[in-house]
Design a protein around this ligand. Structure first.
Ligand SMILES: NC(=O)c1ccc[n+]([C@@H]2O[C@H](COP(=O)([O-])OP(=O)(O)OC[C@H]3O[C@@H](n4cnc5c(N)ncnc54)[C@H](OP(=O)(O)O)[C@@H]3O)[C@@H](O)[C@H]2O)c1
Length: 258
């Protein structure tokens, strides 16, 4: 029987590339994202990768508190076992925190942290009982340091990274692994959605989302704990640990500026 992967944020960017990759590798797939039209369009694209794969699409707004429970109920009702969970959906709120809209900040916390935590907690029970399962959480290179002008986003990605590493250590010997994928700036709709394509970070060399998905997939299969995409991003992620915090935030302010 083919294994099934559930991917959030599957309709675009890195999530869409993950979807194609898993299906190409023989997995059945549940695609989750918010916009029904985009999701159906993405599903049609992914279907072309493998005629034999079973592909389901669930349109859910992960900023809704009940979204994760409803997704879990759907899999139970349809007797679908989730072997791999990819928590990929993520949004950002650009600008000074004291000027950010409260609703945008709440949505960010729900999509980036609450939904990810709930989905992980709901699906991990079955994985641990079966002594088999894999989880991939998409964090960011922003998880390694505080980030002015994107403070809540980087804080949420720090949460994703720490949660993944912490629970990963607890899971040793259970047959279940957790991988945190930390991409640097990547060529997707992500910057466009937040209207920040012109900031310095996105004017540099951007990674291709298919390459990011490949790196994540390989790390997930090997059961690696943390993977940072690209040599430059790896160097930056490592070097900030040795820099004075004031310098780190100063560089961050510059990189996130226009
Ligand atoms: N691109 C980068 O530079 C970069 C760098 C580091 C980390 N990341 C992380 O990589 C992950 C994927 O981002 P991406 O670059 O591929 O972005 P993207 O192209 O904007 O895709 C985001 C995906 O998340 C879904 N999504 C957004 N809000 C949602 C909600 N409320 N409910 C359900 N689904 C929702 C979107 O679906 P709809 O279209 O239906 O809203 C879409 O499928 C995110 O976690 C992001 O933080 C990205």
């Amino acid at each position: 029987m083919n294994k099934t992967v559930l991917i959030t944020g599957a309709s675009s960017g890195i999530g869409l590339e993950f979807s194609k990759l898993f299906v190409r590798n023989g997995y059945n797939l549940i695609m989750v994202s918010q916009n029904e039209k985009n999701l159906e369009k993405a599903k049609r694209l992914v279907c072309m990768e493998n005629d034999n794969a079973k592909i389901y699409a669930i349109a859910k707004n992960l900023a809704e508190p009940s979204a994760a429970d409803e997704i879990f109920e759907y899999t139970k009702k349809n007797s679908i076992q989730i072997d791999v969970l990819v928590n990929n959906a993520g949004i950002q709120v650009y600008g000074k925190f004291y000027e950010n809209k409260m609703d945008d900040l709440i949505n960010l916390m729900y999509v980036n942290m609450v939904a990810l935590t709930k989905l992980t907690r709901l699906f991990i029970d079955g994985m641990v009982k079966r002594r088999e399962g894999k989880i991939l959480n998409v964090a960011s290179t922003g998880a390694f340091q505080p980030c002015p002008m994107n403070a809540a986003y980087c804080a949420s990605k720090g949460y994703v990274l720490y949660l993944s590493e912490g629970m990963g250590a607890e899971l040793k010997g259970t047959g279940v692994t957790v991988t945190a994928l930390c991409p640097g700036a990547t060529k997707t709709n992500f910057a466009k959605r937040a209207n920040i394509e012109d900031i310095k970070l996105f004017r540099g060399r951007l990674l291709d989302p298919n390459r990011v998905a490949e790196i994540g997939y390989e790390a997930l299969i090997k059961g690696e704990s943390v993977v940072v995409t690209g040599l430059y991003n790896k160097l930056v992620a490592e070097s900030v640990r040795f820099m004075p915090r004031k310098l780190v935030t100063k560089i961050g302010m510059n990189v996130m500026g226009r």
